[in-house]
Design a protein around this ligand. Structure first.
Ligand code: F6R
Ligand code: ZN
Length: 214
């Protein structure tokens, strides 16, 4: 790599140079502002990116007119190879589509034998998980709580709070990759729906078992 390239920014969003990320580094996650001071990529996902995932399709269609911002991800870029750790911040905004809370698309890791850790910084939510052996789990996300997503478990974060962002720090192996297609086609087997002042977890009537087609 030439000297000039090393001094170039990592991505247009980044305030780090290629040379600086070759060395150990640190950054702060505390403070009133959710986005980290330093990041390389900023991804925004609007409602239209979650087509077919919310159960109330009429509510989805009504909201699609304004296509609201559902969640954002700030990533520190690292080489996507075994031995590296990919990490960043996920922010799921508060809101509802019918009786269902704003949530991430959710995914399996392409390399199923890779885990992930979430650390909740702010807000309240649920991490909904399921594996291909037919098991599912829902764990609470609240400030200070660490969740371990075991290898082979798909995961989706859901903001069950009524006004606050759900902010989590995540870290996972560099070679994990993302399989979004399985969840896009089959959905999660459970839904998290508003109930009274809280939420309830119910079967997803539109969930497809492996091998089933819509
Ligand atoms: C990475 C991971 C998180 C999510 C983020 C957005 O493996 O689990 O960084 O990528 O919370 O959710 P998705 O990727 O499902 O759109
Ligand atoms: Zn993941």
């Amino acid at each position: 790599m030439k000297g000039n390239d090393m001094e170039a920014n990592l991505t247009p969003n980044s305030n780090r140079t290629i040379a600086s990320v070759m060395r150990p580094f640190g950054f702060d996650l505390t403070g009133p502002c959710a986005p980290p001071v330093t990041f390389d990529d900023h991804i925004e996902r609007r409602l239209s990116a979650l087509r077919g995932q919310f159960s109330d399709q009429e509510a989805y269609a009504r909201l699609l007119v304004s296509d609201p911002l559902i969640y954002e991800v700030y990533e520190m870029r690292r080489p996507e190879v075994a031995g590296e750790l990919l990490h960043g911040i996920s922010i799921v905004h508060p809101g509802m589509v019918g009786e269902e809370f704003y949530m991430t698309k959710g995914h399996f890791h392409s390399v199923r034998a890779t885990a992930e850790i979430y650390y909740c910084l702010r807000g309240h939510g649920t991490l909904l998980m399921e594996n291909e052996a037919g098991d599912w789990a829902a764990e609470t996300l609240s400030p200070g709580r660490v969740l371990y997503v075991s290898p082979g478990w798909a995961h989706r974060s859901i903001n069950t709070g009524d006004a606050e962002d759900l902010v989590t720090f995540f870290v996972y192996p560099g070679h994990a990759g993302h399989d979004y297609a399985t969840i896009e086609e089959h959905g999660f087997r459970k839904l998290v729906l508003a109930s009274g002042r809280g939420f309830e977890i119910v079967d997803n009537p539109r969930w497809l078992a492996a091998g089933e087609e819509r």
